[in-house]
Design a protein around this ligand. Sequence first.
Ligand code: SF4
Length: 319
Amino acid sequence: MFNDEIPIRIGISSCLLGEKVRFDAGHKKDLYLTNILGKYVEWIPVCPEVEVGMGVPREAIRLVGKANNPNLVGTKSGRDWTDEMKKFSQMRNKQLAEMNLSGFIFKKDSPTCGMERVRVYSQSGSPSKEGIGIFARSFIEQFPLIPVEEEGRLNDIKIRENFIERVFAYNRLLNLFSRKFSRGELVRFHTYEKLQLLSHSEKHYRELGNIVAKAKFYGTSELRERYSKIFMEALKIKTTTKKNANVLFHILGYLKNILDKFEKDAIVKIINDYQNELVPLIVPLTLIRHYIEKHNIEYIKFQTYLNPHPKELMLRNHV
Ligand code: SF4
């Protein structure tokens, strides 16, 4: 731990925090984000439409033209905001780069903030849901590794768990790589992330292991870029009940000479219950964590897999 640790900062479409910045002077406050996740992160609000000077209230705007490069125009006046919004986005992204964000949550369906499936209108006026908001596209292109999501998709518990897991993981990467780091620190980081990575992709874990083993052959920035890219790609791959069960059995391997038969059988039974979807992941994990703490199993107790995000978020109570 360092005193200058980068906090977990998440960029967010301002209207999701309850700010009255929408075209009709309303908001889209999201109670999960404001009341629950907000206790653990620092929000960096952005309303591109207000910040670019459109005012509140304002004419509604929409995307018109080709899905991969549409224009942003007023629905009644036809005023074209495309160039201003693109320039604004570049400028705002430069500011955001200074803030070391660990994620961004966008407002769905917005022609400015929507991350996917935003309506794009043809010249004849018929919509197709193939667009990306102008600001969201610019942000994603500028920061391809930063986890992004929309508030609507976060209602899906698996998507929510995966997004928040990636946000916390990206923050750990930032804290490792934002200062001078030694190869030893990278080895330790990779060691602590082992089970977390295995619960997503063994292939990526091995690739990262190769990078760590050859660390001395890379320059600092190349090492940081290579490791970060594959690390974040790995965590984006969906975890499954089977992968988690494999990790749990892997941990049990470290306990096999310490626990008695009754204790081991109890853990196997609870992992099987998890595999059969009778109990959520938190149940076998809690039992296993108990024995790791009781017997102070050094190698396992620092694995981020055991505590990838605050337990109060209860993200593993439903997966
Ligand atoms: S969706 Fe984006 S541009 Fe629209 S009001 Fe919300 S923050 Fe502003």
